[in-house]
Design a protein around this ligand. Sequence first.
Ligand SMILES: CC(C)(COP(=O)([O-])OP(=O)([O-])OC[C@H]1O[C@@H](n2cnc3c(N)ncnc32)[C@H](O)[C@@H]1OP(=O)([O-])[O-])[C@@H](O)C(=O)NCCC(=O)NCCSC(=O)C[C@@](C)(O)CC(=O)[O-]
Ligand SMILES: NC(=O)C1=CN([C@@H]2O[C@H](COP(=O)(O)OP(=O)(O)OC[C@H]3O[C@@H](n4cnc5c(N)ncnc54)[C@H](OP(=O)(O)O)[C@@H]3O)[C@@H](O)[C@H]2O)C=CC1
Length: 650
Amino acid sequence: MEASEECHSSFQSPEGSPQDGNPDRFFDAREYESSGGEEEPTTCSTRGDNGVNCSSPPVKFTVGGDQEDYVTCHRHHHSGGAATKDHKLSKSRTRVVDSNLDESFMKKMYLGASIASANSQLLPNQKTRSVQECLEIYRKEAVAKSLTDDEIITLVKDKHIPAYQLEKAVGDMERGVSIRRKILGTSLGTDESLTGLPFENYDYSKVYGACCENVIGYVPVPVGVAGPLKLDNNTYHVPMATTEGCLVASTNRGCRALSDTGISSRVVADGMTRGPVVRFPSAIRASDAKIWLQDVKNFDTMKENFDKTSRFARLQKLQSQIAGRHLFIRFVATTGDAMGMNMVSKGTEAALNALQEIFHDMEILSLSGNYCTDKKSSAVNWIEGRGKSVVAEAIVPSRTVKNILKTSVSALVELNVAKNLVGSAIAGSNGGFNAHAANIVTAIFIATGQDPAQNIVSSNCITLMEPFGENGEDLHISCTMPSVEVGTVGGGTVLPAQSSCLKMMGVSGSAKIPGENAGLLARIICATVLAGELSLMAALAAGHLVRSHLRHNRSSTDVAPESLCLVSEKPAEVPVATQKCTDEDDGSFASLISRKDSKRERAVAAAGSSRPSVSFKLTNSSGSSRGRSSPSETVVKMDILGFPTECKQS
Ligand SMILES: CC(C)(COP(=O)([O-])OP(=O)([O-])OC[C@H]1O[C@@H](n2cnc3c(N)ncnc32)[C@H](O)[C@@H]1OP(=O)([O-])[O-])[C@@H](O)C(=O)NCCC(=O)NCCSC(=O)C[C@@](C)(O)CC(=O)[O-]
Ligand SMILES: NC(=O)C1=CN([C@@H]2O[C@H](COP(=O)(O)OP(=O)(O)OC[C@H]3O[C@@H](n4cnc5c(N)ncnc54)[C@H](OP(=O)(O)O)[C@@H]3O)[C@@H](O)[C@H]2O)C=CC1
């Protein structure tokens, strides 16, 4: 199906519906606004990449009973093509809104929910109305607000109202969502499966036309906090949305381990990219274009056309690669505080159109030719960078490695080489020279409204660890992340919960100097990755991964009853084993329990899986070399996996 047919059919306005023959046509209020309001809006038609025209019918409706007319426009999502407009509607007669732009309108839509529920049932003496009657009411009122839910569902079934435009048709977002759920429930044969998916008390005004279509609710994801993260002489509390138990605990431990010395970071490069593919009649013509683009004067022409599409997007660089008759041009631009994919796409389209004026035989195959590369693994981003390129480093004193991370500097350094460097090389990794950068990136992305699909490129990271200091006793750790794709405006950052998470870190919205907020967010992400890397690597080096995950990452609803003793509160049972401390111990709880100790292991094994926990007594009879003289005794209670639950020192 061609783009035009697809568009027409998806917005088909059935004969006799309020849309049909209505002189008020759809148009994009953003385009209208950006034209300074000079164009007269009536119709909107957008050319897709393939140049086929596509127009959408309008939806006109009244909100909150104040008889104010609104015309809104479905946002066209073609990936390319110049927009042509024929907007002829009188501005004085009709108030024009864009779902993002008119807050009071959105509020009315949102708050209309309570009024809506009153209208969702027939009154006791009210007769069931025929489809024809309902249709007449809908036509007359230009909104289906006064119809019952069942009547609206009938109009949807009879294709008088598209199911994905219910919010507009009923003039109330929550009611629209609620009716869509009823329709879905009928299709599923049961609405039980939807009962756990909440939909009420959500500000859909921020979602509509910006974040999601055909909405049936929202999925709450738990948000934990890691921190304080000491970064560049400030402290941050980092929100992480995840369902992987242990992840926040681990990242938090990393932050704790870095709380004295802190982390330093820099953004070393900034540029969001779009890489279209164009084709010429011959490889020679493609080469001509490549050479043309390399001329500084010609870059200026491209930049002029690119930059005029935005107040913030600024073209920095063009890189091109030729493949036979195909030319791949990578547009690299700064995008202020936005992640920038929409902005860069818009600018690229304008610049390509200008290029076509010079190379008439150039065919634009696609605005994205995968040389961007967006949302796919590729070497180009790893090597050239994409979004923010960030580096973070820290020094971790040996005592911290021992006491908080329960391992040693040499074990960490050795493991980092074996796992993150050699292991990743053996695996043929591309940007994955780390333990779990993606864990932290994704959790922060979800919490802060980033595009979660961009975790793939944003998680590119190399973690390095070296012995540091005069005697090499301390640890130098760094994380280098060349392609962190983040923004603090646009996309999902506008949603209330996500915006709160950004505010927690002081990076919500536009910064005074465009790009500073997004840059800081990228640094916070890189530093939090460093904390997470430190903790997980320590757990792996100490052999603590499995037990920590069994403790924090296994739901009691899915495990066999005997496993529940892991979280049992029952008092400890025998046996009690006694072990002398050695001179290597510093007497701390950390050092005592982190020792590889066969007696402890035997005691744990003897306790067996039926016992809730065991006690283990450690006696320091001689005093250690660190100055303690009197004998001391430490009783450690552990669960059946040897995980300490309580420690008492006499
Ligand atoms: C679980 C720990 C942290 C215990 O570690 P621990 O050292 O036994 O904990 P602790 O009780 O001694 O406490 C030390 C610090 O950890 C933090 N901490 C401790 N407990 C909590 C908690 N409940 N909530 C929040 N913070 C917690 C807290 O900061 C605390 O300091 P304090 O404040 O007490 O002075 C540790 O064993 C650990 O980090 N394990 C590793 C778990 C991990 O990193 N999981 C990530 C996912 S693994 C994965 O998905 C990727 C993988 C593994 O496949 C990738 C690969 O191939 O490598
Ligand atoms: N189009 C595509 O191919 C892709 C799109 N996406 C999606 O793109 C969305 C993000 O696109 P993005 O371009 O970041 O966001 P938006 O499309 O929301 O664009 C940002 C808007 O914010 C304005 N703005 C206001 N203040 C600032 C500021 N301080 N810095 C930068 N811009 C500012 C910009 O102004 P102005 O109009 O002057 O530029 C622009 O209108 C996400 O929803 C993501 O999922 C993801 C991947 C691909």
